[in-house]
Write a protein that binds this ligand. Sequence first.
Ligand SMILES: Cc1cc2nc3c(=O)[nH]c(=O)nc-3n(C[C@H](O)[C@H](O)[C@H](O)COP(=O)(O)OP(=O)(O)OC[C@H]3O[C@@H](n4cnc5c(N)ncnc54)[C@H](O)[C@@H]3O)c2cc1C
Ligand code: FES
Length: 352
Amino acid sequence: MARGPYRLPVAAVRPLTAESTEVRFDVPAELAEVFAHEAGQHVTIVREEDGEEVRRSYSICAPARSGELAVGVRHLPAGRFSSWVADGLRPGDALDVLPPTGRFGPRIDPAASRHHAFVAAGSGITPVISIVGTVLAEEPGSRCTVLYGNRRTDTIMFVEELEDLKNRHPSRLQLVHVLSREPQPVPLLEGRLDAERLGALLDALLPPDSVDEWYLCGPFEMVRAARALLRERGVDGARIHRELFHADPAPVARDPEPDTAGAMVTIVLGGRRTTFAVDGGSILEAALRVRSDAPYACKGGMCGTCRCRLVEGEVAMDHAYALEEDEVGAGVVLACQAHPRSERIVLDFDAR
Ligand SMILES: Cc1cc2nc3c(=O)[nH]c(=O)nc-3n(C[C@H](O)[C@H](O)[C@H](O)COP(=O)(O)OP(=O)(O)OC[C@H]3O[C@@H](n4cnc5c(N)ncnc54)[C@H](O)[C@@H]3O)c2cc1C
Ligand code: FES
């Protein structure tokens, strides 16, 4: 796989709301294949700041196979990267970008007749609008329902694009805005998109047994609560897909360190094997000391950039937000979250 990063010119910088910006890239023809994406994937932008490398992932908002590469960035107060996007980024600048990755979206099937349902808050709409646009264009028998939480109308990212999709596919897209700080004509649509409100919305508008695939994207607590509610209502965990943008460091349920200090880890990356010792810290941290090309972005178990396959030995992961349950069972590992549990371990980054 082409790893990059690749330097891409910024074609456009467009305010979406007072606190979010769309960044559109010019992808040169020779990189079109490298940057072709599936719906719901994200790219990682790498920036040097004060001699330190800053890596941040952003979901692609454009539909798959559109030939477009664009992301929507919400400005965070004092956010290191997003504040710079808000204040310093201009068209004509160039950014170092890693190729698209991630498995949040569906495998598109033009013959399918499915109901895809989305629960998103704030910037969590970014991968959702890509998936919805792709499904509506490429799965003519399928329909989508989007429950989207924001504070006020003027903080809704991609509000016009969502309305446009709704106008073009009125019978196939149901769009429900829930606003926490703006009066709504229907009380059900006013407030936070928490478990109680989501439960009431399912009762009123979206019976879980009418839905084939669920996609949850937003803050950790919303995603956690929505998943728990859906599981309570009998939804199979394999049908609930999650994308987390941020999680405060949660307590780690790992067993106390067994005696694996000095465990030897071999990684296979780009066809090359490298062996090193791990003494505390994650396997990714140890790998980066000897292989600076080891892939990573968030180091928090959310983006999945560091995914690899366990070929030999045993590891324990602190968090595996970016993995589906069946992937964990099948030996997929997030190196940034992995700690040795055996004296010898082999991880293959080429067989992700
Ligand atoms: C797979 C993936 C896809 C993502 N897609 C998008 C996207 O499409 N649009 C987008 O705007 N962001 C997205 N993010 C989040 C993004 O990568 C950055 O984390 C975010 O922009 C903050 O970076 P920063 O440098 O501005 O803030 P930082 O300097 O890293 O953080 C500033 C403060 O805000 C807190 N914080 C960091 N991120 C968040 C957050 N998302 N919500 C609330 N508090 C936070 C931090 O704990 C810190 O206190 C995505 C993240 C992942 C893992
Ligand atoms: S670097 Fe993001 S999940 Fe490991």
